[in-house]
Design a protein around this ligand. Sequence first.
Ligand code: AMP
Length: 310
Amino acid sequence: MLLQLPDPESAQRWCQQQRAAGRSIGFVPTMGALHEGHLSLVRRSVADNDVTCVSIFVNPLQFDDPADFRSYPRDRERNARLLERVGCDMVFLGSLAGFFPESDTAENIPLQDPGPHAAGLEGDCRPGHLAGVRTIVERLFRTVGPCRAYFGEKDFQQSLVVEDLARNMGFPEVTVCPTSREPSGLARSSRNVLLNDIERQRATCIYRALTRARAAWRAGVRDAERLRAIMREALDAGGVELEYADLRDPLAWQAESPQGNLPRAQALIAVRIGKVRLIDNMRLDAAGSTVGELHVHPPRTVRRTASAKG
Ligand code: AMP
C-alpha cells in the first residue's frame, strides 16, 4: 500500500520512524508527471533499499519561465497509481511554505549558491534554475535525512550540482541512473506530452545528433569543433531551434566550451521545439556512459549505475 503524505513534516516523521526501525531508505525526488524514466529510478531504489519514498513538488524556484511552470503537467492520482505499481512505500507533497517555514513569502527564500557545476550551458541558458534546484533539493535531503537518493543522468549538469550538494552536506549517498529512452531514442521527459506528433518526430534529431557524435568519436574524431559541427548538422536537419550542442569533460566540469582534441567527452544538447524545451546528453568515449564512473573529486557518496536503453 502506498502511503500518501501531504507535507514535509509528516514525511520527516515517517522517515525517522523507518530509520529507528533499522530500515534503509531510498529517495527519489520528482516534480510529478511521472513517466518510465522516473519509474526506473524508483525500481532501482526499491531493489536497493528496505523502503522507498518519492517526493512530488513542482518547485517554482527552479522555473525561469512562468508559462512553463503553469503548463507543467500535474496529475496526482495517476502519479500515485504508477508509484504503487512499482512498489514505492511513501509519496509526499509539499508547498513553498511547508519547505521554507522561516520565509513568509517566496521572494524571501534565500537561494543556495548552485556551486561550480552550474557554470555554463544550463547555467547560461536558464539563469537561476540550478540555484532553485539546489535550494529545494537541500530541503528535500533534510526532510528525508540520511538515505540513498536517486537522480537521472538525463539532467547531467543537475546531477553534478546535486552530487556537490550531497558532498557538502555529508549525506545522502547519491546514485545517478541511466537515461530512459523511448523506442525512437527520444529521452523520456515530462515535457514530451506537450509535443504534438510532428514536434515529437522532430525531437528524434536530438538522439540522432548524439549518436552521430558518438559514432564519429568511435571512428577516431576527437576534435571538439568537429564533434560540435556533427551535432549541429543533425539538429539543423531536424528543424529544431538550437540552444546549445556542446561538449564537456565529464570528469572535470568547465564553464567554457573545450577546444582541440579531447581525452573524454560528454555531449550535451538543449533545443526548443515550439514552446517546449528539451535537453539530453551522452557520453561519447569508451566508457559509453558516465554512469558507473566518478565525476569530479573522488565523491564517496556517489555511485553511477550501468547504462541501459529503456
Ligand atoms: P523531474 O521530475 O523532471 O524533476 O525529474 C526527477 C528525476 O527523474 C531527476 O533526477 C531526473 O533526472 C530523472 N529523470 C527524468 N527523466 C529521466 C529519464 N528519461 N531517464 C532517467 N531519469 C530521468
